[in-house]
Structures are given as C-alpha cells and as structure tokens.
Design a protein around this ligand. Structure first.
Ligand SMILES: CC(C)(COP(=O)(O)OP(=O)(O)OC[C@H]1O[C@@H](n2cnc3c(N)ncnc32)[C@H](O)[C@@H]1OP(=O)(O)O)[C@@H](O)C(=O)NCCC(=O)NCCS
Length: 168
C-alpha cells in the first residue's frame, strides 16, 4: 500500500506503467498517441484522492521496481459504506503472466475487508485478460455494456461489469 508521499516519489513510474499498457492495447482511460501530460495529471489526482482517504493504491514491486498496480476506490456515499470499486489494475508488460495481477487482486480483497467493503465492482474489456483473471478469482458477471469504450486506436469495445461479494 502506498501513501501519498511514497506514491508521489514514484509518479514517473506510474505514468510509465500506464503508458506501457495503453501502447499494449489496454483500455485504461487513454488512447494513442498518449497525452503524457494528461497521464501525469491523472496520477497526481490519484495521489490527491489517496490523501483524501477515498482511495487505496497498491503496488507490486520486483527488485524495488514497481511491476504492477491497482486501486481500490472507497465509495464516499453515505448509503454505500460497504462498496468498493477496483480501478486501473495494470501490470507492466515486462512482468505479466507470472501471477502479479492475481496477487494484486487478492491484495484488493484484503484491503477491502479492512475497510469493511463487502461489495466490490469493476469493469473489464470483454474477453480480455482482466475479465479472465477476475472470473478465475470468483468474480461474477453483472452484464455486458456494448461499445462501452474505444480501444487505444479508436475501435469500439464492449465491457463486462463484474462484482465480488466478500460477506463470507
Ligand atoms: C490484466 C493484467 C493486469 C493481468 O496481469 P498479470 O500479472 O499478467 O496476471 P497473472 O499473471 O496473474 O495472470 C495472467 C496469466 O498468467 C498465468 N500465470 C500466472 N502465473 C504464471 C506463471 N508463474 N507461469 C506461467 N503463467 C502464469 C495465469 O494463469 C494467467 O493465464 P490466463 O491469462 O491464460 O488465464 C495485465 O494483463 C494487464 O496489465 N493488462 C493491461 C491493463 C488492463 O487491461 N487492465 C485491466 C483494466 S480493468
């Protein structure tokens, strides 16, 4: 878990990881050509959100280098104190397919329980790696949103909304 100070120190690496994922085709909020200033600004907003207590940023490191990251957004709505949303699960291409994504998602669950968040939500591109990973970890499909996003090159993509109940 990264606090605001640690996250601030690693801002360039977070931007690198996000840009790397966009360039590998991920639907992660940005398109090609990547607007580097917008990516940097996004991460600055994440740090502010951590400071405001509304978000938890988790990272996996290998040899002191951040290999992957994920965020748990803690709903501030008074009628949803039990809800969390999973954002920006990203593993740098160099470190994929060795269990880091799974480890990050399991860390999300541990953190969610600490915050008494028993209902987790996420959306993932349909038929992508994140959907497959989530299903493997017990997430349930809620439904598909056709043409929810465009991919980094502008082609429409559908996404799957998923949920995970942590009551037990
Ligand atoms: C989705 C994402 C985070 C997965 O990260 P990851 O670290 O590669 O995930 P894992 O290693 O846990 O699992 C990926 C695959 O590697 C396999 N794997 C895990 N450990 C392994 C190992 N030691 N040896 C070989 N394969 C392994 C898993 O079984 C899984 O296989 P599958 O895709 O056939 O089901 C990554 O692909 C990514 O960053 N994508 C771009 C960003 C994105 O789309 N994020 C989702 C936004 S919702």
């Amino acid at each position: 878990m990264f606090d605001t100070n640690t996250a601030t120190q690693h801002l360039p690496r977070f931007s690198d990881i996000l840009i790397n994922s966009v360039e590998s085709g991920a639907l992660i909020g940005h398109i090609i050509p990547v607007n580097i200033a917008a990516v940097a600004s996004y991460w600055e907003d994440v740090v502010a959100s951590i400071g405001a207590g509304e978000r938890v940023l988790m990272c996996a490191t290998i040899d002191s280098e951040i290999a992957g990251t994920v965020q748990l957004y803690l709903s501030r709505e008074t009628n949803a104190p039990h809800r969390g949303e999973v954002y920006k699960l990203i593993v740098h291409q160099q470190f994929r397919n060795r269990g880091i994504g799974e480890a990050l998602m399991k860390a999300v669950e541990v953190e969610a329980r600490k915050h008494a968040r028993t209902l987790l939500l996420l959306d993932a591109v349909q038929d992508g790696e994140a959907e497959r990973l989530s299903r493997r970890l017990g997430w349930q499909e809620i439904g598909v949103v056709p043409r929810h996003f465009v991919d980094p090159w502008g082609g429409f993509k559908s996404s799957v909304y998923m949920m995970r109940c942590l009551d037990s």
